[in-house]
Design a protein around this ligand. Structure first.
Ligand code: KG4
Ligand code: ZN
Length: 347
């Protein structure tokens, strides 16, 4: 079964052709990073406009690269939430129109849940077959940090989520304090290689044994640590930090911050694995591309983890197509006349 997956929930316009939920025949991602860099983050109105410009070319390229025509597509899967309203509308309106024009069934996909399905695309695995469940997933990106427990591809429950900033958002904000461009995660990862990860001792939030996360206190601790490092106090504007910090101080903070976040994420995963005894553990979302996190997860958990390739960790259409396959198997179509968008779609 061949599914066209379409993703436009934030600043990436992405389409992919996925067979049977596990073979991506193509995956095209048009990133708007350069457009948003000037503002230090994503500007919703600009994002929506950029999707309009590229969505059809991206879909055509995905079909071309996969070497398929519309006749060979069995269904269209599209992200309908959570995300930015204008961006989601562009994707869902496009998918609804294409579903009507080409007489294809339409599948509505939850973006956060779909991140986990990137792991079904790993060639070394058997895909999301029944014997891999229960599956424990840490999904961490720029807008969400969730621990999910799957009993089957479409039966999942939320064990914990962030109470304030998402993990990726914390990477992006700390990167900004260090004068690094958006998106900050990959930049911090690179700079951290030159730093001492024990140089700064940063706090981790303790949330009474729950599986929730909190990263805003850590972000403030980074700010205070950097202000102190340059001899300032809490009134020193963060905009002054990049020019007054030495390269070594920046690298040390990048490494210390990254260690703290990775230890926290992996620690939650380890506790949840001990309690729920899943057969499989995966990590997903943009932050799952972080090498230090992968190392920490492998160190803390007694599981043989097949990590998804980097391009399937950040936003892409293949994970949408992979989840769409399972919705198709379950007969969960949505009418193109009725598909809605939900910016704060939950679980
Ligand atoms: O999943 P994603 O592409 O989009 C959202 O759904 O948010 O995740 C993007 C987030 C950004 O915050 C980015 O800084 C972070 O993932 N990220 C990383 C890395 N690559 C991307 N964080 C840490 N290390 C990375 N290598
Ligand atoms: Zn995402």
């Amino acid at each position: 079964m061949m599914i066209l997956g379409l993703e436009t929930s934030c600043d990436e316009t992405a389409a992919a052709v996925v067979e049977d939920g596990r073979h991506a025949h193509s995956s095209v991602v048009a990133s708007q990073i350069d457009v948003h860099k000037a503002y230090g983050g994503v500007v919703p109105e600009v994002a929506a406009r950029s999707h309009i410009e590229v969505v059809l070319p991206v879909i055509h390229e995905a079909l071309d690269k996969a070497g398929v025509t519309w006749d060979q597509i069995d269904g269209i899967a599209v992200t309908h939430g959570p995300g930015l309203l204008g961006s989601l509308l562009m994707g869902t309106l496009t998918a609804r129109t294409l579903a009507l024009a080409h007489h294809k069934p339409l599948y509505a996909v939850n973006h956060v849940v779909a991140h986990t399905f990137a792991n079904a695309l790993v060639p070394e695995t058997a895909g999301f077959e029944p014997d891999i469940f229960p599956l424990l997933s840490l999904s961490a990106s720029g807008k969400h940090s969730e621990l999910l427990l799957f009993d089957s591809p479409l039966e999942y429950r939320l064990l914990g989520s962030t109470r304030d900033d998402a993990a990726g958002e914390a990477f992006d904000k700390v990167a900004r304090m260090l004068g690094l461009p958006y998106p900050g995660g990959p930049q911090i990862g690179k700079l951290a290689l030159q730093g001492n990860e024990q140089a700064f001792q940063l706090p981790t939030a303790r949330l009474d044994n729950s599986y929730d996360f909190s990263f805003s206190g850590l972000k403030t601790a980074v700010l205070r640590g950097l202000q102190t490092a340059i001899g300032g106090d809490f009134r020193t504007p963060s905009a002054e930090l990049p020019d007054r910090l030495t390269d070594q101080q920046k690298a040390d903070m990048a490494a210390s911050f990254q260690r703290t976040v990775c230890e926290t994420l992996a620690g939650h995963l380890r506790r949840a694995a001990a309690q729920f005894q899943p057969k499989t553990v995966v990590i997903a979302g943009g932050v799952a591309a972080n090498g230090r996190l992968r190392k920490e997860v492998s160190r803390q958990l007694p599981y043989n983890i097949n990590y998804a390739p980097m391009p399937y960790c950040t936003d892409n259409g293949a994970m949408i197509g992979a989840m769409g396959y399972h919705l198709a198997q379950a007969g969960l179509t949505t009418s193109p006349y009725e598909l809605t968008t939900d910016p704060s779609l939950g679980f």
